[in-house]
Design a protein around this ligand. Structure first.
Ligand SMILES: Nc1ncnc2c1ncn2[C@@H]1O[C@H](COP(=O)(O)OP(=O)(O)OP(=O)(O)O)[C@@H](O)[C@H]1O
Length: 262
């Protein structure tokens, strides 16, 4: 499936009132690619992901997802092919729904074993009989990712999957995500995050938004650099890469800090 276009945005923009809050954007991804979208607060990340999730229509331009053009197809059918994890779907899951319950009732044994395998991959197999509303933030995130994958989507959208997790929870999730992403059959994905430390290993491409525009995009090692991050966040930054993950810190000030009497 590699090489096939999974989504394409042409001259896409979103206007709210007198202001263009996103775009115009031109952007495409192909099967097998795993993208991360970064950018300062207010850059347009949520607006972009809402369009990709077919929850928001752009003011101008064309959005094609999985060979279907928004505005010309039945969105309900298209949505079944897109897995979504994050704030966009958090409120769609009823408080009292069992983590595995809906799948037990409506699907056959093969579906159920797939669901159990996914809950196992993301470390929440033991929660299968719990009510969703009783789960912790970290447990909910893992259940959301498992559920997003249960319908075998062709495109996976992850909206800040590690937000709200403690350090152990974040690292565990990233490790599990790597196991999933190493599967050649895993769908193309787009992950939105505020922090480069939350970019999972195996991410192939990055797009940085600034003030609604693409500041830089392309292969991840070319995009996530000290130069680009410093320019976009308007703060001198040192970005390092340890072979699989990225880390960022502000550069030391020129004048060293002195303690009194030293
Ligand atoms: N309905 C709206 N009316 C007016 N402005 C809006 C509307 N929705 C979003 N905006 C503005 O559009 C810009 C982009 O918002 P968006 O939420 O997409 O940014 P973001 O990158 O997700 O930000 P954050 O990192 O803070 O979550 C912001 O300046 C926001 O205030």
């Amino acid at each position: 499936m590699s090489g096939q276009t999974v989504l394409e945005l042409r001259d896409v923009s979103v206007r709210r009132g007198q202001r263009t809050i996103l775009g115009p954007l031109n952007f495409s991804i192909t099967a097998g690619e795993r993208w991360v979208v970064l950018g300062p607060n207010g850059a347009g990340k949520s607006t972009l992901i809402q369009i990709l999730a077919t929850r928001t229509f752009p003011t101008t331009g064309t959005v094609s997802i999985l060979d279907k053009t928004m505005g010309r197809v039945d969105l309900f059918e298209l949505r079944t092919r897109i897995g979504i994890c994050g704030a966009l779907v958090a409120e769609d899951i009823p408080y009292e729904e069992k983590v595995l319950g809906r799948w037990n009732e409506a699907y056959d044994l093969w579906d159920e074993s797939r669901a159990v395998a996914l809950l196992t991959t993301f470390g929440v197999r033991d929660l299968a009989d719990r009510e969703y509303g009783t789960l912790s933030e970290g447990e909910r995130k893992r259940v959301q990712i498992s559920r997003a994958l249960m319908a075998d989507p062709e495109l996976l959208l992850l909206d800040e999957p590690a937000a709200g997790l403690d350090l152990g929870g974040r690292e565990d999730l990233l490790k599990r995500f790597l196991i999933f992403a190493s599967d050649p059959a895993a769908p193309a994905s787009i992950l939105v995050t505020h922090h480069i430390e939350e970019i999972p290993s195996g991410t192939t491409h990055a797009l940085i938004l600034k003030e609604g525009q693409i500041a830089v995009s392309g292969p991840i090692r070319d995009v996530i650099t000290s130069e680009h991050m410093s320019a976009v966040f308007e703060l001198p930054m040192e970005v390092s890469f340890d072979g699989s993950r990225f880390f960022a810190r502000a550069r030391q000030l020129a004048t060293p800090f002195r303690t009194t009497g030293a």
